[in-house]
Design a protein around this ligand. Structure first.
Ligand code: NAD
Length: 485
């Protein structure tokens, strides 16, 4: 292997509650390396009792040591945590690689991003200003942001470490305390970061991790002492979380699925577009909420783009993530069965599978969950494979008669996470950005930018915004105060 297997993955057999390892649970769940299906750890599945302990510990910290820290000092602790993440980056990247299956350099990018989230929000701690409101000569009003309380973070398996940081870092910066529940498949790096938080000097109870499955997540979302639930996952589960959070009237941020379009119009730079489309659908084996899974192209450029994408896909090395290939396995063979199901039904409908469509690398990895880069060409926009989130390296292509047709097809799903357009025409670019239904739009550079821009969806892709300063709104309550004199 190009990178070594991380040592002692089996040491992760606990929840991290109030700074302590807690090993109890309703049952246990095996964590596997998706390239080989070998067990690498066994985690307890938290039930109501562990969830209660974690929430109560977070409340103690909220009203104790975390509340009493100066904002500057809170920031210094988050900077220290970021430094420890950077110090341990190689280990964390290897841990993420063997748990998620993704190529090592992609995992390293996620770790780097995790440290950057903590650094960015560390700098916010002592800059959370309120404002004054003019009320006349004998009254003064002001608004002060206060920590919202204890926040729950329910996480997905595709970007476990960075999604954890994306929610926990702004919550902690706001002075809130956190209970996170990683996806049942991928809890290892959240536990590793929570241990580093203790080493950084963050008081026990400020950052807790309860491992478990959907029932554990449901118990957390419905917990009466949770003030905000930040959920990243599928639209179906997001709906349940929103209902559960209605009971204690907690705030919700839902980062859900997508079926994002990438439009390429006449005169666009084809090589730039191909690079963006390939990154958008084959990166992380297509298991990206923002995957550009629908190519909508003018007839004049469609075939050239598909040819170049096929050339790119055929050149992709497919291997164990620690060998840092271009393509790793899907998260599990169960998920591969789901992806294959979409592909099989599309074939049965008579759709044109131009590339791939099957298991990848079965000789080298008979028990692995690899899936080939796949393209279905000239698909009717209402076909299942063009409407549902496949969450694998599967692209559909669609011919646009003109700009309006491209826009209409872009908006023709229930999702609205991100959208991309490649065009040299500034008017088309501006009209597309104005009229496409999406939370984020990329012009001439799909998925470019960074994590300081607000991120989130419209329609069934979610509600609320993470990243950037916009995230702070979820973790602060605005208190208005009026003094009369
Ligand atoms: P999922 O909805 O199956 O699970 C997400 C999390 O919810 C897991 O931790 C799971 O244990 C928990 N959960 C399951 N049932 C629950 C319940 N009833 N109550 C509370 N929690 C429950 O999603 P997944 O398969 O882990 O992730 C893939 C999905 O996540 C895709 O749809 C993808 O688009 C989406 N996603 C979105 C973003 C984004 O930022 N918009 C980012 C990553 C992934």
């Amino acid at each position: 292997m190009k990178h070594s297997y991380p040592a002692q993955t089996e040491q992760y057999n606990f929840h991290l509650i109030h700074g302590e390892k807690v090993c109890s649970g309703a049952s246990s769940s095996a964590i596997t390396d998706p390239a080989t299906d070998q067990e690498i750890a066994s985690l307890p599945v938290g039930n109501g009792s562990e969830t209660d302990q974690a929430v109560s510990s977070a409340h103690q910290a909220l009203n104790g040591p975390w509340k009493n820290l100066l904002p500057y000092d809170r920031g210094q602790l988050l900077f220290r945590l970021a430094d420890l993440i950077t110090r341990d980056a190689q280990y964390l990247a290897a841990l993420e690689t063997v748990n998620v299956g993704k190529p090592y350099s992609q995992a390293m990018r996620d770790v780097d991003r995790t440290a950057r989230y903590f650094r960015y929000y560390a700098g916010v701690c002592d800059k959370l200003h309120g404002e004054t409101v003019p009320l006349g000569p004998s009254q003064t009003g002001w608004v002060q942001p206060e920590p919202i309380g204890v926040t729950a973070h329910i996480l997905p398996w595709n970007y476990p470490i960075s999604t954890f940081a994306r929610g926990a870092a702004p919550a902690l910066a706001a002075g809130a305390c956190v209970v996170a529940k990683p996806a049942e498949e991928t809890p290892l790096t959240a536990l590793a970061i929570a241990e580093l938080a203790i080493l950084a000097g963050i008081p026990p109870g400020v950052l807790n991790v309860v491992c478990g499955n959907g029932s554990t997540g449901a118990a957390l979302a419905a917990h009466p002492q949770i003030a905000q639930v930040t959920f990243t996952g599928s639209t179906a589960t997001g709906r349940k979380v929103m209902q559960a959070a209605a009971n204690p009237i907690a705030g919700v941020t839902l980062e859900l699925g997508g079926k994002s379009p990438v439009v390429v119009l006449d005169g666009a730079d084809i090589d730039d577009a191909v690079a963006g489309i390939a990154r958008g659908i084959f990166f992380n084996a297509g298991q990206i909420c923002t995957a550009g899974s629908r190519l909508i192209a003018s007839a004049s450029v469609h075939d050239e783009i598909v040819d170049k994408l096929m050339g790119f896909a055929k050149s992709m090395a497919c291997d164990h993530g620690l060998n840092d290939p271009d393509l790793g396995p899907l998260i599990s063979r169960r998920h591969r069965t789901r992806v294959s199901g979409f592909v099989g039904r599309a074939r049965a409908e008579g759709l044109d599978c131009t590339l791939g469509g099957g298991c990848a690398n079965p000789e080298a990895f008979p028990n692995g969950a690899f899936f080939e880069p796949t393209i279905f060409s000239r698909v009717p926009i209402q076909a299942e494979i063009a409407q549902a989130e496949v969450f694998g390296p599967v692209l559909t292509t669609h011919i646009a008669d003109d700009f309006d047709h491209a826009l209409e097809m872009s908006n023709a799903t229930k999702f609205g996470l991100v959208a991309g357009v490649y065009t040299p025409d500034i008017t088309q670019a501006m009209r597309y950005a104005r009229d496409v239904q999406a939370g984020q739009v990329f012009i001439n550079g799909f998925l470019k930018g960074g994590d300081t821009l607000p991120f989130g969806g419209v329609k069934e892709s979610g509600i609320g915004r993470e990243k950037g300063l916009a995230a702070m709104a979820s973790y602060t309550a605005q208190k208005s105060v009026v003094i009369t004199y």
